[in-house]
Design a protein around this ligand. Structure first.
Ligand code: IPE
Ligand code: IPE
Ligand code: MG
Length: 273
């Protein structure tokens, strides 16, 4: 398989070994979703302006994307700009849009060369024209890539997503094409912006906040949560490996009874009685 060169640095032997161990130790999540929080506080702690935090945050995006592709993660969804973030001072919003355009310009070819598909979820029509165009070009360029899907949640919120799904389903009913009795979980999932991708296995939030902030509300029903104190610009591949190691120790029961492997001795015999 072709080596990744997103950062234009060679992967160290130690990193290769760490990734190999992670793969041997357990399951690599198929879909990781990240609430990339703490750019502003990171910048403040360095005596710098918030936009500097956002810029260094792009370096984290690059490193995490590369590590996920190398590990065999299939879907990486990044919460980059929420519906509520439109309420920030206009200078910060404009700065974020400019950063998005310049990062896409720089990275689109790299993504393509590394067989990574770019996608977005959210209200793209609220974005300035140049942003929309840059995104469309990168999405078009990478549309047939298969190694990893990198999905940016832009002007996204979980409530917006559920609302737009409800509107579509209500229209099917209105047009007489759907009996409301047939509406079920699967149909709702199929009308969300994430229709074609599996629910996240692991949700990571940086900066130590214990909240979801209107991210994938429907989709995270059974996701494992991992919250770290690190601010996003400090969250790099070694921090990702810690999150995956924590995930690999979880016992995902989905409401059923599934004992951990090392607890299965006597008690599993008891269950059979
Ligand atoms: C996350 O960092 C990036 C966006 C929400 C766009 P913040 O900008 O929220 O940084 P803090 O939380 O204020 O430190
Ligand atoms: C969540 O971070 C949104 C993104 C990371 C894009 P916020 O900084 O907007 O969330 P709150 O305000 O702390 O809940
Ligand atoms: Mg924040």
């Amino acid at each position: 398989m072709k080596e990744l060169t997103l950062t234009n640095t060679t992967q160290t032997a130690k990193d290769k070994e760490t990734q190999l161990l992670l793969k041997e130790n357990g399951e690599i999540p198929e879909h990781i979703a990240i609430i990339m929080d703490g750019n502003g506080r990171w910048a403040k702690s360095k005596g710098s302006i918030r936009l500097h935090g956002h810029k260094v945050g792009v370096d984290s995006v690059r490193d995490i994307t590369e590590a996920c592709a190398q590990l065999g993660v299939q879907y990486l969804t990044l919460y980059a700009f929420s519906t509520e973030n439109w309420g920030r001072p206009s200078a910060e919003v404009r700065g974020l849009m400019r950063l998005l355009v310049s990062s896409l310009r720089k990275e689109a070819d790299n993504l393509h060369e590394n067989n990574i598909q770019l996608a977005t979820i959210g209200q793209m029509d609220r974005f300035p024209q140049d942003c929309q165009q840059q995104l469309q070009e990168a999405i078009e360029l990478t549309k047939d890539n298969t190694r990893l899907q990198l999905c940016l949640a832009l002007s996204y919120s979980g409530r917006w997503d559920i609302t737009q799904a409800v509107k579509k389903i209500a229209n099917h009913v209105k047009e007489g094409r759907l009996d409301p009795e047939l509406i079920n979980d699967q149909m709702i999932s199929d009308h969300l912006s994430t229709a074609n991708i599996p629910d996240p296995d692991l949700i990571i939030r940086t900066s130590g906040e214990y909240r979801i902030s209107n991210f994938l509300l429907w989709q995270l029903a059974y996701s494992e949560l991992y919250i770290t104190q690190q601010y996003w610009p400090d969250f790099r591949r070694n921090e990702l490996y810690e999150a995956i190691t924590s995930y690999q120790k979880r016992d995902r029961r989905f409401g059923k009874i599934e004992l951990k492997k090392d607890e299965k001795g006597d008690s599993s015999r008891l269950l059979k009685k």
